[in-house]
Design a binder for this molecule. Structure first.
Ligand code: ES4
Ligand code: ZN
Length: 326
């Protein structure tokens, strides 16, 4: 209980959060009703029962289906505001949020509808809750690089409100190098670059994310540990890894939290952070991720503080913010 209060009270920054993955079943039902959309579930309990995954693709199938209830600017606002209200309780002070524009444009919801509702909630979270945030637009890697270029084009009028680009969705078979040109274009436009790599994919995908995409931050990165040279490089470069323990458990990246590589990452000198990924689907927000990981790995108070600090120092905020926060 002492550890619980300590973890709960620490200020936190979340660096790996898909806003569409924070859609709680209750809101899914409310939006389905508001928009007269049929969903293949009879109750909130039925939705939660469907959240049993064997791998990333299992989850993604349900995740893309879940977002079908998001249609209007207000829907995106309500989704995003619900996330901020929830993590305000977890002492989250700053969030760098992913969104998946192609998950919406593919089903006829415009880029502008999705981003404007999300941004309005981000503004409200700053003024009403004191939580600062940024938006990172992800490309769906199971789609083509040409599709990613079209998405970057749609983002053009919004570039002053977009911090960076990311790469998510089905990893295996879609290596980072597939997107080398669109990431180069994004970087030319002054956008930060991040990518999911080494969640299910091999260490070679992490190397590609570094060498081809020239990422500023690595999302997941778990499988980097299979490659000692790569670990050394990540440590030397001071690369931040946005690790998501309850996600890894839910998607069978690890069989048991006690086998989670987070402690090994810290021991190897990697700048690891704790994040929730898709909290509605994976069973916990920031405090749950911190607490369950700390218990499973028997983390010390120093290690817990380091993880929280790494969230701020790994953010894209300036040095003054990074040190003031903790
Ligand atoms: C995701 Cl956990 C995860 N991995 C890859 N892509 C994603 N999109 C949403 N959650
Ligand atoms: Zn993710």
């Amino acid at each position: 209980a002492q550890r619980e209060d300590f973890v709960a009270g620490l200020p936190k920054a979340e660096l790996h959060l898909h806003i569409e993955g924070s859609l709680e079943p209750e809101l899914m039902f409310a939006l389905a009703q508001r928009n007269a959309i049929d969903i293949p579930f009879a109750s909130v309990e039925e939705v939660r029962a469907a959240y049993a995954f064997s791998n990333l693709q299992d989850f993604l199938d349900i995740y893309y289906q879940g977002m079908s209830v998001l249609r209007t600017e207000q829907d995106f606002h309500d989704l995003t505001m619900a996330y901020f209200q929830r993590v305000h309780r977890d002492q989250v002070r700053h969030a760098e949020i992913f969104f998946d524009p192609q998950g919406h444009t593919e089903r006829g919801v415009s880029f502008d509808t999705a981003i404007s509702g999300t941004l309005r909630a981000m503004d409200d979270a700053k003024s009403d809750l004191g939580i600062s945030s940024h938006l990172i637009m992800c490309f769906l890697r199971h789609l083509s690089e040409e599709d990613a270029f079209a998405t970057l084009e749609q983002a053009e009028p919004w570039l002053d409100r977009i911090l960076g680009v990311g790469l998510d969705s089905s990893e295996l078979g879609h290596p980072p190098s597939k997107f080398v040109n669109v990431f180069a274009r994004a970087r030319d436009k002054g956008l930060k670059c991040v990518a999911h790599a080494g969640e299910e994919g091999p260490p070679a995908y992490v190397r590609e994310a570094l060498d081809s995409l020239k990422i500023d931050r690595l999302d997941h990165g778990n499988r980097s540990l299979e490659d000692g040279e790569l670990v050394k490089r990540l440590a030397e470069e001071g690369m931040t890894l946005t690790v998501c323990p309850l996600s890894n458990l839910a998607l069978c990246v690890v069989d048991d939290l006690r086998q989670h590589p987070l402690k090994k990452m810290l021991d190897a000198g990697l700048r690891a952070t704790i994040n929730s990924d898709d909290p509605s689907y994976f069973g916990g927000y920031m405090n749950d991720n911190f607490l369950r990981t700390a218990e499973a790995l028997d983390l010390t108070a120093d290690e817990i503080v380091t993880l929280a600090k790494n969230g701020f120092s790994g953010s894209f905020e300036d040095a003054e913010f990074q040190t003031r926060a903790l």
